[in-house]
Design a protein around this ligand. Structure first.
Ligand SMILES: *[C@@H]1O[C@H](CO)[C@@H](O)[C@H](O)[C@H]1NC(C)=O
Ligand SMILES: *[C@@H]1O[C@H](CO)[C@@H](O)[C@H](O)[C@H]1NC(C)=O
Ligand SMILES: CC(=O)N[C@H]1CO[C@H](CO)[C@@H](O)[C@@H]1O
Length: 358
């Protein structure tokens, strides 16, 4: 088909520009691993729960085989967790700002509840294997995200472990300031990430998580109506309008139009072809701070995979609780009985949560 031909041409063109830079970096990944923060380690559960990693790996592999959409759901949970108040599993607390809360889920959000359920199922298996309060819910999120990436074709990487769970809900304010909307342009995205010490390369690499998953029309309809965003390819816009014929349509479409269920670098090829879905996607190819990184990842999947692994490890260590901080929850959806938490403000805004970038 015409689109396949165009794709090949664009990939070839970009590859010609960038191929030399990618040559011969065989063992570079290990040296580029970000430092492991104090209190975390790769073998944290070696004695207390030696099966922890294999239990999560097997569960996710089997579950993703049955429902590929779960991979995007689990990846997204870890993002949301880390971007708001640090990777402390606060996202899972029932009634938290981005958690499932009361039964107020709007239609078409079945993916997210299934990811929450998967985390609780994994926790039950780990309780049987190692005891009730051994493996933290925040570590489960980090492992399940990595295993979802691997199960859908993405890179393998090692996850530092030893995070503890928070007893505190994230505030509404934290959620809104931590997670920029998909209508945000690169300067606003960079500002939000700078607060948690992530840079332009991390932004581009982590956005590559959009290689899997679905997006609601509401997240990009501003680029179709009242008129097409000139940064969007007209043929692509025409196709999107068949799924989202008018503003306010409650439907979803794949984030990655080319290979929606495979974790690969096609997301960046889409951007080069002006087939990014969100403003926060397509602007990565317009802004001078990020465009060269997009071009590099579009031409060189290994470069994307290596950087994605590095950025995930960095993101996965944002403001973690370690040692005797926080707790290891018995139930990922509720803080342990008897725990007193300050500043509790449970609320539920799934509709808003669904329109975040990551
Ligand atoms: C838009 O995409 C179509 C189909 O992939 C392609 O034929 C066309 O040349 C693109 N238009 C522009 C302006 O790049
Ligand atoms: C875990 O906590 C949630 C929220 O409080 C509750 O609905 C659920 O029943 C609990 N699960 C178990 C197994 O206790
Ligand atoms: C894309 C998609 O799943 N759309 C569904 C959203 O939910 C409504 C009903 O709640 C369905 O009719 C759509 O097919």
């Amino acid at each position: 088909m015409a689109s396949a031909t165009t794709l090949v041409m664009v990939v070839a063109a970009v590859a010609c520009l960038c191929a030399p830079a990618a040559a011969g970096d065989g063992n570079a990944d290990a040296t580029r691993q970000p430092p492991v923060v104090s209190g975390l380690s790769f073998d944290f559960y070696r004695k207390s729960c030696p099966k922890a990693k294999s239990v999560v790996r097997k569960f996710v592999r089997d579950a993703v085989r049955k429902d590929i959409g779960l991979a995007a759901g689990l990846l997204r949970l870890h993002f949301h967790d880390c971007f708001v108040q640090g990777c402390d599993a606060s996202v899972l607390l029932d009634g938290s700002a981005t958690g499932p809360g009361e039964r107020q889920a709007p239609p078409n959000l079945t993916l997210r509840p299934s990811a929450f359920k998967a985390v609780n199922d994994i926790r039950d298996s780990l309780e049987k294997a190692c005891g009730a309060t051994v493996v933290s819910c925040s570590d489960i999120l980090a492992l399940a995200a990595r295993d979802s990436v691997v199960a859908s074709g993405g890179p393998e990487y090692k996850v530092p472990l030893g995070r503890r769970d928070s007893a505190e809900f994230a505030s509404q304010q934290d959620v809104l300031s931590g997670l920029p909307p998909p209508t945000a342009a690169v300067p606003a995205l960079l500002d939000a990430l700078a607060k948690i010490k992530l840079d332009a390369t991390d932004l581009v690499a982590l956005s590559g998580g959009h290689t899997v998953g679905l997006a609601h029309c509401s997240s990009f309809e501003g680029r179709l109506f009242p008129r097409r965003d000139p940064a969007m390819n007209a043929t692509f816009a025409g196709r999107l309008r068949r799924t989202c014929p008018a503003a306010g349509t409650d439907r979803r479409t794949p984030n990655d139009v080319r290979t929606p269920n495979v974790f690969d670098n096609m997301y960046y090829v889409n951007l080069v072809n002006r087939e990014g879905l969100f403003t926060s996607d397509q602007d990565l190819f317009a802004d001078a701070a990020t465009k060269p990184i997009v071009e590099k990842f579009a031409a060189d999947e290994k470069a994307f995979f290596d950087q994605f692994a590095v950025s995930m490890v960095k993101m996965g260590q944002i403001s973690v609780l370690t040692g005797s901080q926080g707790q290891v929850r018995r139930n990922c959806s509720a803080r342990n009985p008897g725990t007193v938490a300050a500043g509790d403000l449970p609320w539920s805004v799934l509709e808003v949560a669904d329109s975040f970038v990551f």
